[in-house]
Design a protein around this ligand. Structure first.
Ligand code: HC0
Ligand code: SF4
Length: 564
């Protein structure tokens, strides 16, 4: 086997892409800002340097391992070098840590602490830079940028959006939208993936906590909350629990203690979505060959991408509102009568793993009589902050169930939170065979797994094969769209989620690497496994909704048109 000598120890390698990966394999957590394993290597931060056997300093992230090469990670030269970089960064950085959104989570703060930096030898050159608060979902604070470029590469390479880039040269260099525009004036799709990889608070997800607290403390408001599928498998990570552990019962209990008046699960909305979307799919299959598939509509980042880059696809995107917005409309309708008799006003809050949901909730299409169906969206991380602020001992709290009358949901609704889940839920609905064996077969169709592109075929009736594409990450979506438009590939149904891996990897979730994301995905499927209801149509709540509130109002309450 090939090997390197790292700090005197032999470390074997085969397909590790760079020395940094090997160093980490050797159990050394080399400090870095800009190395994020899913992105291309940029080598900007120079923190991950190592010394070779001739005393040369090399960036370990951008150097491939070489057989029998010797490096050291801990020498006086390296120590000085890293301290110097940190001090230079700190000299150019805002140091209002105590009031920073990333306080306690900032990589610069963490490394300054790790290196015991007590003072900075250079003059503080921080300039007051204007915040960009134009977006409904993210805030840019260029004064806190350390130019690692992770956000730029995320937005370009993974999301194919290119809303932000480096501007100016030398000391004036910043990351910003082209022509100094505000982020809301660009093609930004609000996915927040830039914020998810930002090591500092240069890009953060906007917070709506103030408004939510205000509503909770107002006795004239009935504050109703829904919790998205993916939140349950990630929130525990912030309380020393394992990634993927399903903590929905604890979340419900915590929400009650926080003062929410009624607590529901967005998976109910997901069941509604499949009831509607499967109708569209069957209609489409009946109508026969079409160049374009039916695209899913539940991801607001994807909707925005289609609106800005692929208007021609809009007629082929499902008219279903997202589960959040369907359920939002149902919730507002449900409490309407009670509100007027009790003299209160229902405020609808959604807890989402996603930053784009904030933008979705603010869209005009989701207002009826000028009132949004979902008033506030807060992220998983914002909910963590609420729980910590009040001091609820999350690890100790006993699980509780959501409220009537919307307390039932299917496992199919829960798996919406992971890439391929929406499709699997739809497939369970449209196949005629409802046996346990058929359910198992669907599990192995190829819809599961964290790959960014999945293709599979499904036999619905004797001689009809349905071709399905599942993509996550918008660059993957773009590649698939190109194949569809050129006629190279044909699909009947395509699921698109903007975030790589689906909602479990949304920008509102705790910071994660591949391992956590994989564990969260497994957690979603485990939640389905233990649920007694496997298909949306088996959820008794659907029957009562369709015979009641939705009887003549599915179009009004559950569908939307983006074709402006
Ligand atoms: Fe998702 Fe959803 S699955 S988008 O990822 O469809 O955010 O979790 O809530 O709406 O259900 C996010 C997650 C949702 C919606 C659902 C869908
Ligand atoms: Fe790019 Fe998404 Fe960030 Fe917008 S939110 S700048 S689209 S990465």
């Amino acid at each position: 086997a090939k090997y390197m000598i790292i700090d005197g120890n032999r470390v074997e390698f085969n397909d590790e892409p760079n020395i940094l990966a090997l160093v980490r394999k050797a159990g050394i957590d080399l400090p870095t800002f800009c190395y994020y394993s899913d992105l291309s290597i940029y080598g900007a931060c120079r923190m991950c340097v190592v010394e070779d056997q001739w005393g040369g300093i090399i960036a370990s992230c951008s150097t491939p391992p070489k057989d029998k090469m010797e490096v050291k990670t801990n020498t006086p030269k390296l120590h000085q070098h890293r301290k110097m970089i940190l001090e230079l960064l700190l000299a150019a950085h805002c140091r209002d840590c105590t009031v920073c959104d990333k306080n306690g989570k900032c990589r610069l703060q963490e490394l300054a602490h790790r290196f015991g930096i007590k003072s900075v030898r250079f003059e503080n050159k921080t300039e007051e830079m204007e915040l960009d608060t134009s977006s409904a979902s993210i805030i840019r604070d260029p004064g806190k940028c350390i130019l690692c470029g992770d956000c730029v590469r995320m937005c370009n390479e993974i999301q194919n959006v290119g809303a932000i880039d480096f501007a100016h040269r030398g000391a004036k260099m910043i990351v910003s939208p082209a022509f100094n525009k505000k982020i809301a004036e660009t093609n930004c799709v609000n996915c927040g993936q830039c914020a998810a990889v930002c090591p500092t608070a240069a890009i953060t997800v906007k917070s709506d906590l103030k408004d939510v607290w205000k509503a909770i403390y107002n006795p004239k408001k009935r504050v109703v909350v829904q919790v998205a599928p993916a939140v349950r498998v990630a929130l525990g990570e912030e309380f020393h629990m394992k990634a993927g552990e399903n903590v929905i019962g604890k979340i419900v209990a915590a929400l009650r203690r926080l003062g929410f008046d009624a607590i529901f699960d967005t998976s109910v909305g997901a069941d509604l979505t499949i009831m509607e979307e499967s109708k569209e799919l069957l209609k489409k299959l009946e109508a026969g060959e079409n160049k374009y598939p039916l695209f899913t509509s539940c991801c607001p980042g994807w909707i925005r991408y289609a609106e800005t880059k692929h208007k021609e696809l809009l007629p082929y995107i499902s008219t279903c509102k997202s589960p959040m917005e369907m359920f939002g409309a149902v919730i507002k309708e449900h409490f309407k009568g009670l509100d007027s008799t009790e003299g209160v006003e229902t405020v609808s809050v959604a807890i989402m793993p996603c930053s784009a949901k904030k933008y979705e909730a603010s869209r005009e299409e989701f207002k009826r009589n000028d009132i949004p169906d979902v008033d506030y969206v807060i992220t998983t991380i914002e909910l963590v902050k609420m729980i910590k602020e009040i001091g609820i001992q999350f690890e100790e709290i006993e699980p509780e169930a959501p409220d009537m009358p919307f307390s039932l949901y299917s496992g199919a609704g829960v798996i919406f939170g992971v890439t391929g889940g929406v499709t699997e839920a739809a497939v369970r609905r449209v196949v005629a065979d409802k046996s346990p064996k058929a359910l198992k077969d669907i599990e192995f169709l190829g819809l599961r797994g964290m790959e960014g592109v999945k293709v599979c075929e499904l036999q619905v009736e004797e001689n009809s094969i349905v071709r399905i594409g599942v993509v996550s990450g918008l660059a993957n979506a773009e590649a698939l769209i190109e194949k569809i438009e050129s006629g190279e590939e044909h699909f009947d149904f395509v699921e698109v989620m903007a975030c790589p891996g689906g909602c479990i990897a949304g920008a509102g979730q705790p910071f994660s690497h591949k391992e956590e994301k994989n564990a969260r995905a497994l957690g979603m499927y485990k939640a389905d496994k233990v649920s007694q209801i496997k298909r949306c149509e088996e959820n008794p709540l659907m029957l009562s909704l369709y015979n009641g509130m939705l009887k003549h109002r599915t179009h009004e309450l559950l569908h939307v048109s983006y074709r402006k």
